[in-house]
Design a protein. Structure first.
Length: 186
């Protein structure tokens, strides 16, 4: 069982399938956060307000197709994992096209009894990618801090240089004044 909590958006129009899928998800993940919808408008709202880590979608929906859902998800954030859970992808070419169009995987509903086993490796991959992105984000943040520190240091050098230039100009004036005073004495 996966202990890392995942935010999962489930796009499914059949209530019984949605309930079965949620039960299987809970067998694979200790504390998942799951939101369910069956249309593009609610899907868009959930992408914005729920910010899922992974989207699971049926292929045939009442007002759109799973490809429409996947396109919406990929437009929002191409890094969100997208998995089809469907009974309709029996055509190998259609299945291949879903993967080529950006799906992370697909599982047939006929495997609903062992869905947790099939989802677990896909969820682990999502978690690994999340950790890698977090590590990358942390490195970028560290690099930004370093760059900001360098800029700050350069600003201080420029301030010091301006102060040095002012001091050099004062010294020049003092030397010139000294020369003038010395010429007056001769």
């Amino acid at each position: 069982m996966i202990n890392t909590s995942l935010r999962i958006l489930l796009v499914e129009d059949q209530e019984t399938d949605a309930a079965l899928i949620q039960r299987q998800i809970k067998k694979a993940i200790k504390n998942p956060e799951i939101e369910v919808t069956d249309n593009l408008d609610d899907c868009h709202d959930l992408l914005v307000n729920f910010a899922p880590d992974v989207v699971l979608s049926d292929y045939n929906l009442p007002t759109c197709t799973g490809l429409d859902v996947m396109e919406l998800v990929k437009e929002y954030d191409e890094k969100i994992a997208f998995i089809f859970i469907t009974g309709t992808i029996n055509d190998e070419e259609l299945a291949a096209n879903t993967i080529l169009n950006g799906a992370s995987g697909y599982i047939l509903k006929k495997h609903m009894n062992n869905l947790a086993e099939k989802l677990e490796p896909l969820f682990k991959k999502v978690i690994i990618n999340m950790v890698a992105r977090d590590e990358l984000r942390e490195r970028i943040r560290d690099n930004k801090i370093t760059v900001n520190q360098i800029y700050d240091f350069l600003d201080k050098i420029n301030e010091d240089n301006a102060e040095h230039r002012e001091n050099i100009e004062r010294i020049r004036k003092a030397i010139n004044q000294f020369k003038l005073d010395d010429e007056d004495v001769e």
